[in-house]
Design a protein around this ligand. Structure first.
Ligand SMILES: NC(=O)c1ccc[n+]([C@@H]2O[C@H](COP(=O)([O-])OP(=O)(O)OC[C@H]3O[C@@H](n4cnc5c(N)ncnc54)[C@H](O)[C@@H]3O)[C@@H](O)[C@H]2O)c1
Length: 256
């Protein structure tokens, strides 16, 4: 018996580092998982790598920054798997641009995907959760939203700050429907998202981690660390937890 037997879950950004591993873990715990991502080919490959059994995983190519496309993805998910009970908002974008070089277009793209896209996905899944008087929503924020990050586009921290505000606002407004809304703030977890950062920036991120994992200084986190935190927040063990930010960062930020 899995912790999520029979539950229907959506994981966005499911072709990427955190999303793939999270979809795999939720599936292993018994959930039927719709995997949403804008990159179709790696998405389908990721779904096939998890399971080839029909009806267990549903890859859907969707740009979460397009609200009509998101509504359509939710309708497809509902029709194929049933009412959506779990939503994990992982999809996000970032780049390494200095504040003085940020273009209007780049600023808008961060907010369209990271902030608006997260909300479009929540809004599209809410009818099922309200009707069922049950839901688990997990938003991936960022440590950058709490303390900034050198070499990273400031639009990233600002757009992830919006995700944190959205999380507490929705926790207050959706509690009456039995819907829990929480966020995870990852620190430095090495994935493809860092490919655009240079070696010096990467070394700086690693040096900032107090925890010496496996006895080594500068060990970054792993996508499995995020998936495990997501599992806690979508499983019955966290049924009285809502409006929280869970830090997964090796102690890069301690205290409030
Ligand atoms: N890796 C880290 O250290 C770290 C730290 C803090 C926060 N985060 C956040 O965690 C999330 C996942 O990061 P990751 O490291 O797995 O990155 P990743 O780049 O491996 O995965 C992100 C995924 O989101 C998808 N995506 C991007 N734009 C999209 C759109 N418009 N519609 C649908 N899908 C879209 C990408 O195709 C990609 O598959 C992101 O929101 C990121 O900002 C990551």
């Amino acid at each position: 018996m899995g912790q999520l037997d029979g539950k229907v879950a959506v994981v966005t950004g499911a072709a990427g580092g955190f999303g793939r591993v999270t979809a795999k873990l939720l599936h292993a715990e018994g959930a039927k998982v719709a995997m949403w991502d804008v990159k179709e080919e790696p998405l389908v490959a990721a779904a096939r790598a998890i399971s080839t059994v029909d009806g267990e995983l549903l890859p859907i190519a969707v740009d979460i920054g397009d609200s009509a496309a998101v509504d359509d993805a939710a309708a497809q998910t509902r029709a194929a798997l049933g009412p959506i009970e779990i939503l994990v908002n992982v999809a996000g974008v970032v780049n390494a641009v200095a504040p003085w070089d940020v273009t209007d277009e780049d600023w808008e793209r961060h907010f369209r995907v990271n902030s608006s896209g997260t909300f479009w996905c929540i809004r599209a899944c809410l009818p099922d959760m309200r009707e069922g008087r049950y839901g688990k929503i997990v938003n991936i924020g960022s440590l950058a939203a709490q303390q900034g990050r050198p070499t990273t586009n400031p639009a990233y921290a600002a757009s992830k700050g919006a995700v944190l505000g959205l999380t507490v606002s929705l926790a207050r407004n959706l509690g009456e429907f039995g819907i829990c809304v929480n966020a995870i703030n990852p620190g430095f977890i090495r994935t493809d998202i860092h490919d655009q950062f240079d070696d010096e920036a990467i070394a700086g991120l690693a040096a900032d981690i107090p925890l010496h994992r496996h006895g080594k200084q500068g060990e970054h986190g792993l996508p499995d660390d995020i998936a495990a935190a997501v599992l806690y927040l979508v499983s019955p063990g966290s049924d009285f937890v809502t409006g929280e930010y869970l830090s997964v960062n090796g102690g890069s930020r301690t205290g409030s």
